[in-house]
Ligand binder design. Structure first.
Ligand code: PGA
Length: 255
């Protein structure tokens, strides 16, 4: 079975104090759940300020990630405001790369994203590459070409396939409370999988869905067996809800 991942994207939320509080609640729940299966990874991506504090209280069955790293290739230097993969590598195993909020608000290009992917793998951070179309592109039925183009451009020169995770996140579903229809998500994920198979020659890269995932819609999304997990924003900020999602997934995946 391909590896399964449930990833919390806390975005620019929670003071350090609140991050610790929420993480402690999640820790308690994760111990109750008694995860022992290496095939399921629960990953918490906080903002940088909380990363070290969470690392200091971390437990075996909750992994940590950051939400971005610089596209610059230098590990240190005169780059005001930037954070390199090298600077976070001791605290996290994962980084979200190319989230649509960054692509749109901060004009990140596919080329920048390819540079970030390279920096991640240089220091053994597993990248979670986000791709997804906006509403206009979907309405024009151009969504599959658009997303496959994002994928291939972002992965130019990439070779470390065993580290890569991909998240399909349609922009119109993020933060709206309205997720992608399961069949539409399935169609896109199959297209991404076939492209990844061509590029990498492996069928083992986990492909996740993200965009308004909640405990009420997760089972419909993952039932098809095509989707290897979820990247979860607002529902991951409430430990009760996040672990409800985890519970549902575990029973469907039987892990
Ligand atoms: P959402 O965010 O679950 O709040 O829609 C998902 C994401 O942006 O990764």
């Amino acid at each position: 079975m391909r590896e399964k991942l449930l990833i919390a994207n806390w975005k620019m939320n929670f003071s350090i104090k609140n991050s610790i509080k929420i993480f402690e609640e999640m820790k308690k729940k994760s111990l109750e759940f008694n995860f022992s299966n290496n095939n399921l990874k629960i990953i918490i991506c906080s903002h940088y300020l909380s990363t070290k504090s969470l690392y200091d209280i971390s437990v075996e069955n909750l992994f940590l990630g950051v939400q971005n790293i610089t596209h610059l290739s230098q590990n240190e230097g005169p780059f005001t405001g930037e954070i390199s993969a090298e600077l976070v590598k001791d605290y996290v195993d994962y980084s979200i790369i190319g989230h649509s909020e960054r692509r749109n608000l901060l004009h990140e290009s596919n080329f920048n994203i390819s540079e970030k992917l390279a920096s991640c793998v240089n220091v053994n951070i597993n990248p979670i590459l986000c791709v997804g179309e906006n509403e206009e592109t979907r309405l024009k039925s151009n969504h599959i070409d658009f997303v496959l183009n994002q994928l291939t451009d972002s992965l130019k020169g990439f070779k470390n396939w065993d580290t890569l995770k991909v998240a399909y996140e349609p922009l119109w579903a993020i933060g709206t409370g309205v997720p992608c229809e399961p069949n539409d998500a399935k169609e896109m994920i199959q297209a991404i999988r076939s492209e990844l198979n061509n590029l990498s020659n492996t069928n083992e890269i986990p492909i996740l869905y993200g965009g308004s995932v909640s405990s009420t819609n997760i089972s419909n999304l993952i039932d098809s067996g095509e989707i290897d997990g979820a990247l979860i924003g607002s529902s991951s900020m409430d430990p009760e809800e996040f672990f409800k999602i985890i519970d549902i997934c575990r029973s469907i995946w039987k892990i």
